[in-house]
Design a protein around this ligand. Structure first.
Ligand SMILES: Nc1nc2c(ncn2[C@@H]2O[C@H](COP(=O)(O)OP(=O)(O)OP(=O)(O)O)[C@@H](O)[C@H]2O)c(=O)[nH]1
Ligand SMILES: [Mg+2]
Length: 278
């Protein structure tokens, strides 16, 4: 029996979920990676549309806010270990509204309980890094004008991501008595090419989102933090990237491993989860 890896892929809108899914699928099909497809995949529509755009060197559209589909990919790793990957694609607004409405739809409840691994996408480039207690001394806040009534309180992007993890943990009925081993947590810092940095992924997370970074490292036994550039460079919806069209989308994209090493095998974050299984 193949183990089932149901991945809770969590990411707000525009972080790169769909493009990663499409690039991942393409890699499984052309078999140049640590993981290979070992049977017939189902429910591929969401990703095959994205793939046909990428094959022309163009971007695909934003996923409709209400959409949710799960694609099932039977895979095998180099050691012959089989697994069934349940890979979702959905409109990222759903994640944002979990936190803002503080209400979890029943369907999401089930997904959280069933997931064996959590993969959280964070696109640092599009997060606001406003001032908070972690970037300015406390006195500077005391001196500022009192909040005007109409300026509704809105948590920082960092606080919102922590809140999201707290809600998921609560739903999964997990407690923090000991650092968590299961579900394993992988954080993918997506669109890494935009960041133009040489820092290690975990160091970058710690410097840009220090509160989130310490929340994660104090609550999980061994969280994995990697950089991901599914596309390797920006593309456009209207203009064809000739090189993409000629060489094929599978020639682009890379991950940055926790030790800073760059690999073109974008299946490694998932392979890592399979290999670690106890
Ligand atoms: N530079 C760069 N841009 C990327 C990369 N991956 C995705 N993007 C950009 O990010 C945008 C959003 O990517 P999607 O894959 O559509 O994001 P999503 O998370 O599926 O968003 P929703 O469908 O709204 O939930 C794309 O339109 C690209 O412009 C990457 O690896 N590098
Ligand atoms: Mg999408």
């Amino acid at each position: 029996m193949a183990a089932q890896h149901s991945i809770l892929l969590v990411g707000e809108s525009n972080v790169g979920k769909t493009h990663y899914g499409a690039q991942f699928l393409k890699r499984l099909v052309v078999q140049t990676c640590a993981l290979k497809m070992s049977g017939a995949a189902t429910n591929l529509e969401a990703f095959s549309t994205a793939l046909s755009c990428l094959t022309e060197g163009k971007l695909t559209d934003h996923t409709p806010a209400e959409a949710y589909v799960e694609s099932i990919w039977p895979i095998v790793d180099k050691a012959g270990k089989r697994a069934e990957l349940v890979w979702p694609d959905y409109g990222g607004e759903q994640v944002r509204s979990l936190v803002s409405q503080r209400r979890i739809p029943v369907a999401w409840h089930g997904r959280v309980l069933e997931a064996t691994d959590w993969v959280l996408f964070i696109r640092l480039h599009s997060l606001r890094s406003e001032d908070d207690l972690f970037s300015r001394p406390l006195q500077s806040f005391a001196a500022t004008e009192p909040l005007r009534e109409e300026s509704a309180y809105e948590p920082s992007d960092q606080a919102r991501l922590i809140e999201l993890l707290q809600m998921l943990l609560y739903l999964a009925q997990l407690h923090f008595d000991h650092p968590l081993h299961k579900p394993r947590l992988t954080i993918l810092l997506s669109c890494w090419d935009e960041l133009e940095t040489k820092e290690l992924p975990a160091e970058l997370l710690a410097s840009q989102l220090p509160m989130l970074s310490s929340f994660v490292s104090s609550n999980w036994a061994s969280p994995t933090i990697m950089g991901l550039s599914a596309l390797e460079r920006p593309l456009s919806k209207t203009d064809t990237d000739q090189e993409y069209a000629i060489r094929g989308p599978e020639e682009f994209g890379y991950v940055v491993l926790p030790n800073g090493e760059r690999s073109t095998d974008i299946t490694l974050p998932i392979q890592h989860l399979m290999a670690d299984e106890t």
